[in-house]
Design a protein around this ligand. Structure first.
Ligand SMILES: [Zn+2]
Length: 459
């Protein structure tokens, strides 16, 4: 009897120690992470976050899930310079997050000369027999997902990335760019004539191509390829059968949580970056909101599985987005026109496809009216058609007509853009769960790797 009582006391004590509250965090958090969910908003700088925050609170009448994460967890300002530049891109940035080492632009998780692979957090978790997942709305072979399970000297070698991801045996792969899995005879980009979709099936993957198939897929390895190119922008998605990022995240977590050793998953809002490259405010906000829903899925999962570290960050800022103050006819501060943004029905990319090459001012007026319910003046439409702003600085403005469009839309939407490429704007890192207490102050994106490694006790 006495022994049973002392055993019980030992158990109670052990449980008490395992769930000791961490300093500054009211909730009881396990000391070691079993799972890590890393969410990366590609291109999501502070203004992208702020624009989505205002839109969510004032138009949708709800707060962002990212705000909730910041309130209940920890947040830090995050710098992201790479080995070779102040302004980085996704391969170097994701590589730095994945390996903890400084990387060079365009090189995927390798030393600067492209000769030696650098071990990634996903490779370390595989050694622990943990499950692994990569989910994105961009291409699954694009630089951010590539950096976790592949090593290539040049990020444009997406044929090799696809091969390596399957060879690695990543349990969950979801995104676009099916073209890199198919031979040329089937509309793909592969010159080696391999059909990686068939190879994946033979290796035990369930292969799905739309939202319904994703929902119906059984437990086990899954390869979801939802578009030959990138998946569509959230603002254009209603006309397609593609799943949302949140749907993909939900299915990924269902599958990965079946592994009793835990899992590591990277979930990317890949098209925030692409919308911002085009200086498309409405599409940027909608994709940031879609990313936020995926953050919500991760937080709901972590609520039920408190041994999960949830991290939210970005790789770099895109577009030099700024929420400017004044309208065309007022000097007083008013800020972003949320009602005008809420009326937008199509992405710039969709509108651009409609007006074609070298559009006339009249055609631009028609398409903008249809897609955005905005009546551009003749002067404004001529500015877009002549694209004179882009010609003054062609390396920072790379998309025909679109920065000129964003420029003439400034007084309507009250969103400005400093570039059509990436900027060195600081980012944020927010997290909750075991190990999140290490987040705070000013950090560098190489620290994200260390936070994950220490939370998982991968020593
Ligand atoms: Zn980019």
């Amino acid at each position: 009897m006495k022994t049973r009582l002392s055993r019980l006391l030992v158990c109670v004590f052990a449980l008490f120690v395992a769930y000791l509250p961490l300093e500054g965090q009211a909730e009881q958090i396990p000391l070691r992470a079993r799972n890590v969910i890393l969410l990366i908003g590609d291109g999501m700088g502070p203004s992208h976050f702020a624009a989505a925050w205002h839109y969510s609170n004032r138009v949708l009448n709800r707060d962002l899930r990212m705000s909730g994460l910041m309130k209940s967890g920890r947040t830090a300002l995050l710098m992201n310079d790479s080995a070779d530049a102040i302004v980085t891109e996704s391969a170097a940035a994701a590589g730095q997050i994945a390996t903890g080492q400084l990387m060079t632009a365009g090189v995927v998780s390798m030393t600067a000369d492209g000769s030696v692979p650098v071990k990634t957090i996903m490779e370390m978790t595989r050694e622990r027999k943990m499950a692994s997942g990569l989910v994105t709305t961009s291409g699954i072979t694009d630089a951010t997902p590539a950096a976790f399970a592949a090593h290539v000297p040049n990020r444009s070698d997406e044929n090799s990335v696809a091969e390596q991801q399957l060879k690695f045996g990543v349990d969950v792969l979801m995104g676009g760019r099916k073209q890199f899995f198919l031979p040329a005879s089937e509309g793909g980009q592969r010159k080696d004539n391999r059909n990686l979709v068939e190879e994946a099936k033979n290796a035990g993957y369930t292969v799905v191509g739309n939202s319904a198939e994703l929902k119906a897929a059984p437990a086990g390895k899954i390869l979801g390829l939802f578009n030959m190119g990138n998946m569509v922008y959230e603002i254009d998605r209603a006309q397609t059968a593609e799943p949302s990022l949140a749907e993909m995240a939900d299915k990924a977590l269902q599958i990965l949580s079946g592994n009793r050793n835990g899992f590591f998953v990277m979930i990317e809002g890949g098209r925030i970056d692409h919308a911002a490259h085009r200086n498309d405010a409405a599409a940027t906000i909608r994709d940031t909101l879609a990313f936020d829903e995926a953050v919500g899925v991760a937080m709901d999962f972590a609520m039920k599985h408190p041994d999960t570290l949830v991290l939210v960050t970005a790789d770099h800022e895109t577009g030099g987005m700024s929420l400017i103050g004044n309208s065309k006819d007022s000097k007083s501060y008013v800020g972003m026109d949320l009602q005008a943004i809420a009326k937008v029905q199509a992405s710039f990319q969709t509108m651009e496809a409609k007006w074609g090459k070298q559009p006339t001012p009249e055609r631009i007026q028609e398409v903008v009216k249809q897609g955005m319910d905005i009546d551009l003046t003749e002067d404004e439409a001529r500015t877009v058609a002549s694209d004179s702003i882009k010609k003054l600085d062609p390396y920072n403005y790379s998309c025909d007509n679109l920065h000129s469009l964003a420029f003439v839309l400034r007084p309507y939407l009250r969103v400005g853009w400093g570039s059509q490429t990436h900027t060195a704007s600081p980012l944020f890192l927010a997290g909750q769960g075991p190990g999140a207490k290490r987040i705070g102050g000013l950090m560098h994106n190489t620290d994200v790797f260390r936070i994950m490694k220490m939370a998982l006790r991968l020593d």
